[in-house]
Design a protein around this ligand. Sequence first.
Ligand SMILES: [Mn+2]
Length: 248
Amino acid sequence: MSLDRIALISDVHGNLTALDAVLDDIESRGIDRIINLGDFVGKGPRGSEVVDRCDKACDVNIRGNWDDHLPVWSDESSPEMIWWRDELREDQRDWLLALPLSHDLLISGRHIRLFHASATSPHVRVHARHTSEEFEGMFVNTAMTGGGAPPTMVGYGDIHDAFVEVSRGRTLFNVGSVGNPLDEPVPSYAILEGVLDEPGQAPFGLHFIRVPYDIEAEIEAAARLGMPALEPYAIELRTAVYRGFRGL
Ligand SMILES: [Mn+2]
């Protein structure tokens, strides 16, 4: 039996150096299907190039919280918000705003749902440590997810912390962040392995991958481009210590 593999990436946040390292790793494994769970832009310096790269490389791109509000920030926003907004072309801002918020897959008999932050909205956050009500809420159909078979597996991004939790036959996992990981400074992504569109049971795998990259080259690129808020960015990339800076 040949198994299909799908790479899941998220929270690139304009970090092109990390994205290229992760895309190289995915390609080196012979995987050509990629789904991006959102937050292409903000925090890092090259959102525009990240959007173009993901538009080309990913089969599905899902809208994150930054993608949802950055394109419509007003001129009264803070200087760094305007810098990230204006770094994008107009067609890229439209592209981000038109992205879907949720995507369902069937792999090896498992109904899998992917979204950025929660079934409620890309702006409603569910942390790695959450209540049982929050866990339940990830698996329900909502106005955002639409109908269809309720998932038994849910994958998401947003919190920049990779984890997997299995509880009473259901699996909740977070793919972590490519461009701004806050659990450790090494970019994270996940691979789903199984038989795509197969309703019956079949072998299934969920793998977490870490890909080191040149952190200092990314910080140099941000400095060269004159990105505002460089220092908190550099600290987060080097140490994975979150500064509480402008959200995740
Ligand atoms: Mn994010």
